[in-house]
Design a protein around this ligand. Sequence first.
Ligand SMILES: *[C@@H]1O[C@H](CO)[C@@H](O)[C@H](O)[C@H]1NC(C)=O
Ligand SMILES: *[C@@H]1O[C@H](CO)[C@@H](O)[C@H](O)[C@H]1NC(C)=O
Ligand SMILES: *[C@@H]1O[C@H](CO)[C@@H](O)[C@H](O)[C@H]1NC(C)=O
Ligand SMILES: *[C@@H]1O[C@H](CO)[C@@H](O)[C@H](O)[C@H]1NC(C)=O
Ligand SMILES: *[C@@H]1O[C@H](CO)[C@@H](O)[C@H](O)[C@H]1NC(C)=O
Ligand SMILES: *[C@@H]1O[C@H](CO)[C@@H](O)[C@H](O)[C@H]1NC(C)=O
Ligand SMILES: *[C@@H]1O[C@H](CO)[C@@H](O)[C@H](O)[C@H]1NC(C)=O
Ligand SMILES: *[C@@H]1O[C@H](CO)[C@@H](O)[C@H](O)[C@H]1NC(C)=O
Ligand SMILES: *[C@@H]1O[C@H](CO)[C@@H](O)[C@H](O)[C@H]1NC(C)=O
Ligand SMILES: *[C@@H]1O[C@H](CO)[C@@H](O)[C@H](O)[C@H]1NC(C)=O
Ligand SMILES: *[C@@H]1O[C@H](CO)[C@@H](O)[C@H](O)[C@H]1NC(C)=O
Ligand SMILES: *[C@@H]1O[C@H](CO)[C@@H](O)[C@H](O)[C@H]1NC(C)=O
Length: 719
Amino acid sequence: MGFCKFSMFCFLCLVIVLLGVHGEENAHDLLMNDRASLLAFMKGVVSDPGGVFENWKNSSDFHVCNWSGVKCNNASERVTELLLNATFLRGTISPALANLSSLTVLDLSGNFFHGHIPKELGSLSHLRQLSLSWNLLEGKIPYELGFLQNMIYLDLGSNRLDGEIPESIFCNGSFSLQYIDLSNNSFSGQIPLNNECVLTELRFLLLWSNKLVGRVPRALSNSTHLEWLDLESNMLSGELPSEIVGEMPVLQILALSYNDFVSHDGNTNLEPFFSSLANSSNLQELELAGNNLGGELPYIIGDLSTNLVQLHLEENLIYGSIPPHISNLVNLTLLNLSSNLINGSIPPKLCRMGMLERVYLSNNSLSGEIPSALGDILHLGLLDLSRNKLSGSIPDSFANLPQLRRLLLYGNQLSGTIPPSLGECVNLEILDLSHNKISGDIPSEVAGLRSLKLYLNLSSNHLFGHLPLELSKMDMVLAIDLSSNNLSGTIPPQLKSCIALENLNLSHNSLGGTLPFSVGQLPYLRELDLSSNQLIGEIPQSLQVSPTLKHLNLSFNKFSGNVFNKGAFASITMDSFLGNYGLCGSIKGMPKCRKRHSHHLVILSILLSLFATATPIFCIFGYRLVLRSKIRRRQLAVFNGGEDLKDEEQDQRKELNYPRVSYRQLLEATGGFSASSLIGSGIGCEVAGWGNFQELQERMPSPKEDKAPEFDKDHHNLQ
Ligand SMILES: *[C@@H]1O[C@H](CO)[C@@H](O)[C@H](O)[C@H]1NC(C)=O
Ligand SMILES: *[C@@H]1O[C@H](CO)[C@@H](O)[C@H](O)[C@H]1NC(C)=O
Ligand SMILES: *[C@@H]1O[C@H](CO)[C@@H](O)[C@H](O)[C@H]1NC(C)=O
Ligand SMILES: *[C@@H]1O[C@H](CO)[C@@H](O)[C@H](O)[C@H]1NC(C)=O
Ligand SMILES: *[C@@H]1O[C@H](CO)[C@@H](O)[C@H](O)[C@H]1NC(C)=O
Ligand SMILES: *[C@@H]1O[C@H](CO)[C@@H](O)[C@H](O)[C@H]1NC(C)=O
Ligand SMILES: *[C@@H]1O[C@H](CO)[C@@H](O)[C@H](O)[C@H]1NC(C)=O
Ligand SMILES: *[C@@H]1O[C@H](CO)[C@@H](O)[C@H](O)[C@H]1NC(C)=O
Ligand SMILES: *[C@@H]1O[C@H](CO)[C@@H](O)[C@H](O)[C@H]1NC(C)=O
Ligand SMILES: *[C@@H]1O[C@H](CO)[C@@H](O)[C@H](O)[C@H]1NC(C)=O
Ligand SMILES: *[C@@H]1O[C@H](CO)[C@@H](O)[C@H](O)[C@H]1NC(C)=O
Ligand SMILES: *[C@@H]1O[C@H](CO)[C@@H](O)[C@H](O)[C@H]1NC(C)=O
């Protein structure tokens, strides 16, 4: 019996030892398999020299787990993470990656991978994070990705993927999904979430910029932990999803802009929707722009979360007046009600929203005076009240706004004079008071606003008096438009100090005297319109030799002298010089100047004697031909002149379309994960070299301060 026990024990020992050896070999095999998979993956990818593959390539005995971007589990020695985001890789994603069967994180975002997402990835059953965003991937999402039962984080945003989103993604084993980003692709069809699909853990659903249709699925109301719901820029329709968002107490961002939603009761009632959000006490951003939503702003809008930071209701059909109760939203920094049908006056109570930085009320039917209480909103950086029916004068109180950078009051019925106190807004970059009924002088305080970086537009008012010399202090301004006023006096040579100036329009005034040589020396001058004034004398040579000048209009002045189609004038036509009867030269259509060289005189006299013999009838006929074509050109010019003005106005209006630096861009910038950095606080504009006007404006950061969501990045905490 003893022997038996002993031999039994020995046998067991042997088994254990054998098993142990086998286990070790197995682990080694598996790691070699992982190595083979990684090498197969690398074969399909090109990396820059010195790039991430450098230590993959030149190491035969080098341990896989030491390869850059590769992380292993210390115990099992299997590859668990492949982190190759933003490493300048180009190529295709090899199906061989599917053999990395212990993989939990696959991050290839921010590279140049093209081709399809391999369906084999659906067998990576331990995968918890799949990040393939910001690549050039195309085709459909493989159905098999829905088999990934442990997936928490799925980011396929900003690729070229299309087709319908497979139902399996949302409805099979997706219970653990917390983050879904399919934004900025070309997905079509409906959001495939039927009542059997329950994404109970979902916190972020980002489907913006696709071609999704249909309604917001009712089943989403089961996702009661949702923090971000961004469905912006699709073709979703139906009533605003009040029953769904009403179930989301922790919602922070709700973006439904640029879809085809309607409000309740046949697009007449916004109240049910705003009521449904009243309990979402974390709401920070509400975006409903560009939906053609009808109805009045309900009183209850003031009962939204006081955490609300941004409210976008622009480009809808909202009518009625602004409820003063909206001023309860004391944390609001951005209010955009532009391009609606809102009437009534601006409630002075708005000044209670002390955090407001940007207020857009443009393109409505607001009337009455601009409340001087707006001067109490200390953080105000941008105020756009343009294209309304506001009357009265510009309040003095804007002087209290040290942060004010952009003041846009154009296209109203404002009267009175420009308050000199505006000159105290020492951070002002844009001042547009055009198309009003403002009279008086241009105050020297305002003309001396050195801070103006972008433009000064006082055109189409009733301003009179001289151009203030202080204008020359604007050494950063890109455009000055004082056209269509009653300004008189001369153009000061000191304007040359506005060295950044690209665009100067003083047309349709009563300016006299000569055009200073120094204006043509402005180093970045592209457009100069001095038409319809009473300028005299010669056109300074400096314009002709300007390397930057592209558009010139000197028509309907009293210029005289010679003009040659050389230099900047080579591409400028007679349309720029119409109605200056003292001009002659080689521009097509302009009368020739009397030649001075003697041999020319000889030829001329021969020609003259030849012509003298021709019949006088011929001469008269010829003269009439010239005259007629002149008149036609002039008519044409008037027509084109109108177009030019419009174009120019559009150019300036373009400035209003600031690129929106959104949380989205931040998200992208940070790989969509756990960013905690801030972006672009303040409206500050770094002028990085003088490119062209528009380009510069497009580069402008917008005055937005945004935080990214807190999504725990630490993989250990992913469970
Ligand atoms: C992946 O695994 C399959 C099946 O085990 C095998 O046929 C294939 O060769 C492997 N691929 C690589 C690159 O290791
Ligand atoms: C690996 O590549 C680097 C270049 O980054 C080179 O300097 C080094 O000699 C290579 N090592 C081996 C073992 O080939
Ligand atoms: C490579 O990894 C092994 C174990 O994983 C380790 O012992 C070794 O020091 C590493 N080599 C280098 C050069 O990091
Ligand atoms: C794995 O090993 C590395 C270094 O050998 C160590 O820094 C790390 O903490 C280990 N990870 C775990 C989960 O034990
Ligand atoms: C790659 O992603 C990780 C998190 O997934 C992040 O910490 C890291 O900064 C990213 N690297 C680059 C270059 O974007
Ligand atoms: C759900 O996923 C499992 C794998 O996790 C798969 O076998 C099954 O076919 C899937 N079912 C559907 C309906 O997609
Ligand atoms: C959308 O993706 C494209 C690349 O596919 C990228 O260029 C663009 O900036 C992205 N748009 C946004 C708003 O992020
Ligand atoms: C999910 O939502 C639907 C529709 O709102 C509902 O019928 C269903 O009972 C919900 N399921 C769960 C598990 O809550
Ligand atoms: C908001 O919460 C209150 C109190 O909990 C509740 O009575 C009310 O029905 C809730 N409203 C909505 C729209 O959920
Ligand atoms: C405003 O927002 C800040 C930061 O989110 C918050 O701490 C504060 O309580 C908010 N104020 C109100 C009145 O809700
Ligand atoms: C605003 O417009 C409505 C019609 O939409 C009209 O009934 C109301 O009188 C207007 N209010 C003002 C102040 O013009
Ligand atoms: C506000 O709305 C106007 C009109 O649609 C738009 O041009 C502007 O870009 C919007 N501003 C912001 C910051 O959303």
